[in-house]
Write a protein that binds this ligand. Structure first.
Ligand code: PHE
Length: 516
């Protein structure tokens, strides 16, 4: 606790005299700055070793002019000492002493230290002055009148801070603008509640609980430092990660287009919802070890909606709804395997399924959340990334609707150059990959995948034949990398991210642009 020379001196003083009446005087006494002493007092006060009482006082202090007098002597003394034995003309002294001559002269007169004698101007001088239409100037001779003088003004100024001078003298100094009042703060210190325990008996201070204190019940008698709820703490303003900024923009774009947000809290998903409900055959390469993280604990999920599961099985095995199916033996055990969801389309599937039983109406859904894939990590691939998922359910939707809504969505984010390329997906037909032209890189960047959900996916759920769903899945990272000029995805997300770069990313990069 006593980890500095000043603290030791404070404690010694309290031990000796029980109190420190004035922290400022104490600081002078031990030859330290008052601020240093106050810092140490605060630190001891935190342990309640001492009790500080703030005292505010008005004190008199020499002004700058007063300070000059202390250093050089008062003008009256300088003036007096400049007068030779047989006197001198005032004009002469004014020349040599400058501005202080006038003050010195009037003070000396007041103190009756000098006598004066008028010097009558000569006839020629009077004539000269009259010609210039000026009043003749009267000079005077100055003589010392007393033998010995004292510099009382200087002495009073020196005594000022010691407050031993009379109020009459004070007023005189104030009138001459040599002294002024300043407010000062200091502390009166007495021993605090813990002085005895912590200083005299040197008891240990605890700042937190630990195993020993708890198990041996030491807390019953131990001394705990009080929490300082007034401490300012160390904080700086927070910084938003670019992905979060783009996520907000994406979310706002969807909300403005009338989309509802899906609940994406299920990160650990069953293969059933992630693959089977999406009409992905169980031998599909995406399902094997290379792409998917399988869970070991808990390894399996159960309780799928029984009737629906039977329909999924049948569709996989034999088809239906004008489909011939995948033609293999569907294995329930395979569907039960738990995985880290590989796409948020699992959420879309769950959401669609939850609409069954409600009165049909066109609806739009979106989500933005993490997905996981067992990928080889490189500059553009991570084992986890964020997917922007969306779908619209309505009657008789077409590919034109899909192209239209995706175009509209990206336009809202200020990206106008879009290209669609035919693609394949087990659960959509037709399917399209989405590309955005990056002006900076001068090339097309793939940002996502889309399509119209197949009847093999929707019909087993119970949707009517004329109900169609257009859907897409985008990467959140890709557009963010394009917008924030990040070349390596590992600089954006994951354990290699340099926090300093996050701090210095621009506040906003996506701008609303006019239609091309
Ligand atoms: N799930 C697909 C993916 O992860 C994206 C997608 C969603 C494609 C919806 C079509 C329809 O890439």
């Amino acid at each position: 606790l006593i980890d500095s020379e000043i603290k030791q001196k404070i404690i010694d003083e309290l031990n000796e005299s029980n109190e420190i009446t004035n922290s400022r005087q104490f600081a002078i006494k031990i030859g330290k700055e008052h601020e240093e002493v106050v810092a140490e007092l605060n630190s001891l006060h935190a342990y309640e070793i001492l009790l500080p009482e703030v005292i505010q006082e008005d004190i008199w202090e020499p002004t700058q002019e007063g300070q000059d007098y202390i250093e050089k002597g008062s003008p009256e003394v300088i003036f007096f000492n400049s007068i030779p034995q047989n006197g001198i003309a005032l004009s002469e002294l004014q020349k040599t002493l400058g501005p202080i001559a006038q003050i010195g002269f009037s003070q000396c007169m007041k103190l009756k230290w000098i006598t004066t004698k008028k010097i009558e101007p000569s006839k020629e001088e009077i004539e000269k002055q009259q010609q210039q239409k000026k009043k003749a100037k009267v000079d005077q001779m100055i003589f010392q009148k007393v033998e010995k003088i004292e510099d009382k003004t200087k002495d009073l100024l020196l005594q000022l801070t010691k407050s031993t001078i009379s109020s009459k003298d004070l007023q005189a100094l104030k009138r001459r603008k040599l002294a002024q009042i300043v407010k000062i703060k200091y502390f009166k210190i007495t021993k605090g509640a813990t002085f005895e325990r912590l200083i005299t008996k040197k008891e240990k201070v605890h700042t937190d609980f630990n195993k020993e204190i708890l198990s041996q019940e030491l807390w019953k008698d131990a001394f705990f430092k009080k929490y300082n709820f007034n401490a300012l703490g160390i904080y700086s303003s927070g910084h938003l990660h670019p992905l979060l900024k783009v996520r907000t923009q994406v979310r706002e774009a969807f909300l403005e287009l009338g989309f509802e947000e899906m609940d994406t809290s299920i990160w650990v998903e069953s293969s059933f919802w992630n693959f089977d409900t999406l009409f992905q055959p169980q031998q599909h390469p995406a399902r094997d070890m290379h792409d998917t993280f399988f869970m070991s604990k808990p390894e399996f999920s159960s309780d799928f909606p029984k009737e629906y599961m039977e329909k999924v099985k049948e569709t996989h095995e034999k088809g239906g709804y004008e489909s011939i199916g995948w033609r293999y033996d569907w294995d329930e055990q395979e569907a039960k395997k738990n995985i880290m969801r590989t796409h948020t389309t699992a959420i879309s599937s769950r959401t669609l399924n939850s609409l069954i039983g409600q009165e049909f109406k066109p609806r739009r859904f979106f989500s933005i959340d993490r997905v996981f894939r067992n990928e080889t990590l490189d500059a553009t691939h991570l084992a986890e990334f964020h997917q922007v998922e969306g779908f619209i359910i309505d009657k008789n939707l077409s590919l034109g609707d899909l192209i239209g809504v995706i175009t509209q969505f990206f336009q809202k984010l200020g990206m106008n150059k879009l290209k669609f390329k035919p693609a394949y997906n087990p659960y959509t037909e037709p399917s399209m990959e989405i590309f955005i032209y990056h002006d900076g890189l001068k090339r097309w960047i793939e940002v996502g995948n889309s399509g119209i959900f197949r009847p093999e996916m929707l019909r087993p759920m119970g949707f009517d034949e004329d109900v169609s769903v257009i859907a897409w899945g985008l990467s959140l990272e890709r557009p963010t990398m394009i917008k924030y000029k990040v070349n390596n995805i590992r600089d954006l997300f994951g354990h290699k991210v340099d926090l300093q770069t996050i701090y210095s990313f621009p506040l906003c990069k996506i701008t609303l642009e006019k239609f091309d």
